[in-house]
Each structure stands twice: as C-alpha cells, then as structure tokens.
Design a protein around this ligand. Structure first.
Ligand code: ZN
Length: 195
C-alpha cells in the first residue's frame, strides 16, 4: 500500500534495538480547548516503549499536567483544518516552548488540544517547517498510544496497512503494542533526533 508517507513492505521484526542510542527531542504545550487536565500518561508510555528499542525520548519537563505555564492563551476554539491555521498554531507553540526555557535545537512541538479535522490525533506538514505539527485530542484510544503514533508520523511513517494483526503502533486499531525495525530506523533519522 502507498499513502502520502510512502510505500512500505511487510516487516516482522518487533524486538529491534537501534545499534546506537538515539535521543528524540520533543516539547509539549496545551491549548485551552483541551478538555482533560493531563496527557493521560501517553508521554510516559511513549518513553517506556521507545526505551525498549534503545531510543531515548527526551521530553522537555513539565508536560504531564495542563497548567497556566504550559497552556497557550486565547485558544478555546478548535484549530481549523487549514494550512494557515496549522502554521499559526505551530509558530505560537514554538514561541511558547522557547519562553518556557526549552533549549533543544529542533524539538518536535506536540500540542494537546482540539481540532476540526477528524481523528484522535493529527500530524499535518506545515509549509517551510522542518518538523510536522503533532496535535493530540483529549479524546483518545485507551491504549495510550496516540502520542507515539503521531510522533511516528512526524518521523515520516505512514499507517501500517499491510499488517493482518493490527497491533502495530502505526495502525489505527487499539490496543497497539509493536514497533517494526523499519519504524525504529525512521525514528533514528527523524529531524528531531539527536545522535
Ligand atoms: Zn495516523
């Protein structure tokens, strides 16, 4: 199968460890529209799952609970499904992340908030930016894998459509538990990875 993220063959290796320890840098902000008060444990889950594959997910501290410090003001409306809206919120998130004191060189911004596009999470490409915009809704799958799924898109991964057992983290079923070798290799080459 092929989608906008590319064409992938079947890979059955689910215990692959990256040969060299890679660090991924991520920073999270909240929008006022996000109607839960925490990340629902999704970030801790992603850290734990990636660690099993020798990938360190380094998330700028203070992400777990929605507070005035990490929430963008005047963001009660869901983000429209347009390039201009994605661009504006991406820039606002980057500025907020800097203001919070994040020193990562190219962090992936992940925004917990509501949006018009359907789905529990989205990862639109913002024209002119190196990383994708990841957005996570307060409504999500109970497997806590929505966050990891969206940063998978940001690493260039598409949906795993060849898999007859829909347990891969890039599937849309739930619960999802596995990561294939080619997917770990994609994380290692992501624009937000630090060697
Ligand atoms: Zn997806």
């Amino acid at each position: 199968m092929r989608d906008e993220f590319g064409d992938y063959g079947i890979d059955t290796i689910t215990n692959f460890k990256n040969p060299k320890r890679i660090r991924l840098t991520v920073a999270c902000v909240y929008l006022e529209s996000y109607f839960a008060n925490s990340d629902r444990g999704m970030v801790a889950k992603a850290i734990q799952v990636l660690d099993e594959h020798k990938i360190e997910l380094d998330v700028f501290p203070g992400f777990g609970t929605k507070t005035a410090w990490n929430t963008l003001p005047n963001t009660t409306e869901p983000i429209a499904d347009t390039n201009d809206a994605y661009k504006a919120i991406y820039k606002a998130a980057k500025a907020k992340i800097r203001q919070m004191g994040c020193g990562f060189v190219i962090p992936l911004p992940v925004i917990f908030g509501e949006f018009v596009h359907r789905g529990y999470g989205i990862a639109p490409k913002v024209p002119g930016e190196l990383t994708r915009l990841c957005m996570i809704s307060a409504t999500g799958n109970s497997d806590q894998m929505d966050f990891l799924h969206e940063i998978g898109h940001a690493a260039g991964l598409g949906h795993e459509k060849n898999d007859s057992h829909p347990r891969n983290f890039m599937h849309q079923a739930s619960p999802r538990t596995t990561i294939y070798k080619y997917q770990i290799e994609a994380f290692a080459k992501a624009p937000f990875s630090v060697g």
